[in-house]
Design a protein. Sequence first.
Length: 462
Amino acid sequence: MHTSSHALARLLGDWAGPGPAHRRLSDLVRLLILDGRLPLDTALPGERDLAAVLGISRTTVSTAYTTLREQGYLTARDRARGRTRVPPGDRQPEPGTAGPDLLDFSHAASPAPGEALHRAYTRALDQLPRYLPRHGYAHVGLGELRAAVAQRYTDRGLPTAPEQILVTNGAQHAFSLLVRTILRPRDRVVTDHPSYPHALRVLRNAGCRITPVAVTDDGWDVDTLVTAARGAALAFLIPDFHNPTGLLLSEVDRPRLRLDCPLVVDETMAELALDADPPVPVAAYHPGVISIGSAAKTFWGGLRVGWLRADRELVQRLGQARSGTDLGTPVVEQLACAELLREIGELLPDRLAGMRERRSLLLDLVRTRLPDWTVGRSSGGLSVWARLPDPVSSALAAVAPQFGVHLAAGPRFGIGGAFERYLRLPYSLDADPMRAGIEGIASALAAVRSGHRADPSPTPLA
Ligand SMILES: Cc1ncc(COP(=O)(O)O)c(C=O)c1O
């Protein structure tokens, strides 16, 4: 694989800033590699061509490439073009896997409700002997969990039969399985903009063309969505406490979402209604809609259980197609998830109360420590979308590990380098790490503004 100068320039976006240009360039390319926006083993553009496209000197590009080589992010000059790599033993974590010594602001996911999870697993183990005499493979999911998920949809205002549910290894698996099964390279897909980075990655990996439609502080522009969906192969929206903004598609707009193409809604955050009433699923208004859900945010990401709701035929088709990559979801996790779903009415109020508390702490901290940032209004989910006064999101994410924090830069949520003025701030951390994290971000921001450079081997704060 290779990337062209224009494609790299789009990924770099507006990369002006303080400090020497070659440093900013090497820092940002390194961040793009670590973020996965520049895939590994991608040949970078030739120096002369990139310099011309970026309007800088060839020496600047050459110095940046040399730095990247020295840091281990580019292969040595044994071939015409250096290829992206990650140096062995790099201490910068992959998104969402910050080491124990970094405060993870890159992930919007809460810790497990420990006691409830323990109880659910204990009950699951009690039931396990009933399953042991059988082979344990259930390509569409265990009947018990399919029934519990269907019941939850029915309780939320969308009558659902267990046969309409496919159990998957998380919402991400559900979406990638769907995309692999029903889409082809070059198909055009309409998405929110910003959107969930891993969903965008699924679409890019599948070779789809993405038509982004803006989600602004005012929410979704349904008329534009309807227009954009004409002739598209699919639309993928996150209407229930959208990631990253936390916005909710209004009850007025839900029935208006009549699109010309199949619509997939990701409802991973749907149960996390902090200010709003819990939303009635979009599929209750439009029967053909495919819904994706997950236990990850409601209960715990480590369960790795999600699901897809569709008509029976598509569920069967996807169940068959999944054998190309996996043969089912672990039995104990499915049983534990069914237990948790049965208890959701008792579990959720406390969990939501904790999230509200953490969100107000985060908003207070931003007001006091980052006073020139503005935070969009959110009504649920696990994050807010903060607007920065300058386009420094990637530069901030590049230096933040030196200040003890792991961030997901705004452009990860967009197409073509958009959102350099934005940062997703999750409120899933406890109070002390959240305070320490915002302090770290404030210090990192001061460093960026004074032209500080990113160190390839970050020294986390104690
Ligand atoms: C909108 C959205 N979709 C999918 C996922 C992934 O969910 P899972 O852990 O169930 O794969 C997330 C997790 O952050 C998410 O926010």
